[in-house]
Design a protein around this ligand. Structure first.
Ligand code: ADP
Ligand code: MG
Length: 613
């Protein structure tokens, strides 16, 4: 065994670099934090090859004094803390004095800087943390750091870098988070000469969101603002139409710092799940301001994960407020004329053009008539012939007793606003599109297609959950003409497809055919409609998690089966739709998360005719 020796500064820096610098994104994060700490209001980030080749961060902050430049790149050098007590009152993002030294230790770095009103600037070049050259230069106020060949001298780390697109995506997420956390700062990100992020820096979160996410998300934003006890929250969530299948687009900022925290995440996700009963993830941009005493930021060296004392209280407060806000939004209300909508800038429930899937010509086997003499909406007579699974009813043969039980349970439980026995009277139909209903406290306009879609979806879902064999064998198998990529997807989702009732047969190494289809497709369903569903599933799997395929298939099918806009309905039919609708788990949104009901309270209507009493 060798004698004990003190590590050289260079080795020590390389070791600490391992903690601070994992990949290009962590370099970018540290440099951005430094720029923000230096009060920059413009930060320009440039990367090539995902940052593996080059990372440049340029700011217009305070800059570094000529006589302190070398110091800034040595370990434990920081201008942000002098005594250990400062740790608790710190407003800055970094204070360990490690980042610059660590990054310099594992790269070839060039720093150009000029401090406040010093006349000249400095250019410093370091390789592996050792100063190569120092020059005096003319340079505008601020700091520009260029990091080249990250991990060139630590091959073990270099090996762990991922492919360009992966590293670039990580950098992009860091910059996105920073830009959203500080809408008052103008951020730009360029990757291989393409500008991918460019925020206005005008102080408005909404504007930053718009510049990054575009108008599609922008239009779905729900403003959030509340203050309770020690916690104050502002920002935006999204309407349930804009949910995503991953958490990638959730941003939480605690005291302006992008963070991960389990309680925050659960607060928001549980609120959505309880409101809408769905498994997808909301897009989240939330600023949470808390007394810093409750926050322990530096549990993790890269400061992403934070801990709260009173985490559970924080979660409870946020969750219940968010549920209130979603509730307001989940039950669309017409507020725009009074501007009194607490949480809405303006509500726009005008009909958007339908997604492509719905614009197809009506499918052959759709019911052309709703037979609603009893409780049942039956299929068109062409498919009325009882098959192995009985008639292909859109609406099941539920007994009335059971419906009552349901309306008292599920319907009101999830939506939490309709009392069990709320009275609703159908008044009539509006332009063959809306069902007009008098409710206990006002007026409902119910979109007939969206409502029917929700009803069918839940019926099918219940059937699929209770059926032991969801398949219907075909007399002649339907062969599938698939591209190589589609075949791959097919194999990947095969077991899910079989859960829904498809049976896939292999003919030779690369040909497939359907031997059975789900029970919810009628026996005489034309081949192209079956293929249509398969194709739809193959197309959506990229965005959909496997477990959601069943829902996806049902949604697709419900949408195709539901009565369309333009269809004249009998009074009885409308009555059944309304009753059934309020028995579902969410009468307010269709499975594609489009609103079903426009809800006008009597108070609002009275206000509009200026009747105040
Ligand atoms: P820390 O941020 O923890 O203090 P760093 O190694 O990141 O440690 O930075 C060391 C010091 O260099 C900082 O304390 C600051 O004084 C100075 N510095 C770093 N980046 C900038 C910048 N963009 N503008 C001005 N000064 C900077
Ligand atoms: Mg720092």
């Amino acid at each position: 065994m060798a004698n004990i020796k003190k590590l050289s500064e260079q080795i020590a820096n390389q070791i600490s670099a391992g903690e601070v610098v994992e990949r290009p994104a962590s370099v970018v994060k540290e440099l951005i934090e430094n720029s923000l700490d230096a009060d920059a209001d413009e930060i320009e980030i440039t990367i090539t090859d995902g940052g593996k080749e080059l990372i440049k961060v340029k700011d217009n902050g305070r800059g570094i004094r000529r006589d302190e430049v070398e110091l800034a790149f040595s370990r434990y050098a920081t201008s942000k803390i002098e005594e250990i007590d400062d740790l608790y009152s710190l407003g800055t993002l970094g204070f360990r004095g490690e980042a610059l030294a660590s990054i310099a230790a594992v790269s070839k770095m060039t720093a150009k800087t000029s401090y406040q009103d010093e006349e000249k600037g400095t250019k410093l070049v370091l390789h592996g943390g050792t100063v190569q050259t120092r020059e005096t230069i003319g340079f505008a106020r601020g700091l520009e750091i260029t990091v080249e060949d990250l991990f060139y001298n630590t091959p073990a780390r270099h090996k762990y870098l991922k492919k360009t697109t992966t590293e670039a995506a990580r950098v992009s997420r860091i910059v996105t988070a920073a830009a959203l956390s500080r809408p008052d700062v103008k951020f730009t990100l360029k990757h291989n000469d393409h500008t991918t992020i460019n925020t206005p820096g005008n102080g408005q979160l909404k504007a930053a969101v718009y510049s990054i996410y575009g108008d599609e998300i922008y239009e779905q934003l729900i403003p959030v603002e509340f203050k309770e006890n020690f916690i104050s929250v502002t920002g935006y969530l999204v309407k349930p139409q804009a949910l995503r299948s991953s958490r990638q687009h959730q941003f939480y900022f605690v005291n302006k710092r992008p963070v991960y925290n389990k309680y925050l995440r659960l607060a928001v996700e549980e609120a959505y799940r309880e409101m809408y009963g769905i498994k997808k993830y909301p897009i989240v941009f939330l600023n949470i301001d808390l007394n810093p005493i409750l926050v322990d930021v530096n549990v993790h060296p890269t400061k992403r994960e934070i801990k709260f004392s009173r985490g559970k209280d924080i979660k409870r407060t946020i969750k219940s407020n968010i549920k209130d806000i979603l509730q307001q939004n989940g039950k669309p209300t017409y507020h725009s004329y009074t501007g009194k909508g607490k949480h809405h800038d303006k509500l726009d429930y005008t009909r958007k053009s339908r997604p492509k899937s719905e614009q197809h010509k009506p499918v052959e086997y759709l019911p052309s008539r709703l037979d609603l003499t009893g409780n049942m909406i039956k299929e068109d007579s062409r498919s009325d012939r009882p098959g192995p699974q009985g008639p292909q009813a859109n609406i099941t043969d539920r007994t009335p007793e059971r419906s009552d039980a349901q309306s008292q349970g599920q319907g009101s439980k999830q939506v939490q606003e309709s009392s069990p026995a709320e009275r609703r009277t159908v008044i009539g139909q509006l332009h063959n599109l809306f069902i007009v209903v008098e409710s206990e406290d006002g007026l409902l306009l119910v979109d007939q297609h969206n409502a029917h879609e929700r009803i069918i979806f839940e019926e099918l879902k219940e059937k699929i959950d209770t059926k032991t064999n969801p398949s219907r064998m075909l007399l002649t198998p339907i062969s599938l003409n698939l591209t190589a990529q589609e075949k791959e997807i097919l194999l990947e989702i095969r077991s899910e497809l079989e859960k829904i009732g498809f049976e896939i047969e292999e003919f030779g190494p690369a040909s497939y055919a359907l031997a059975a289809v789900p029970f919810f497709l009628p026996e005489n369903a034309p081949e192209e409609n079956v293929l249509d569903i398969i194709n739809h599933l193959l197309e959506t799997t990229n965005m959909t998690e496997k477990s959601e395929l069943v829902d996806e298939a049902l949604k697709y099918n419900s949408c195709r089966k539901a009565i369309k806009e333009g269809k004249r309905l009998e009074h009885q039919e409308m009555a059944v739709i309304i009753t059934r609708l309020f028995e579902t788990s969410n009468p307010y949104y269709c499975p594609h998360y489009r609103p079903i009901i426009l809800d006008y309270s009597l108070d609002e209507l009275k206000q509009q005719v200026e009747r105040y009493e």
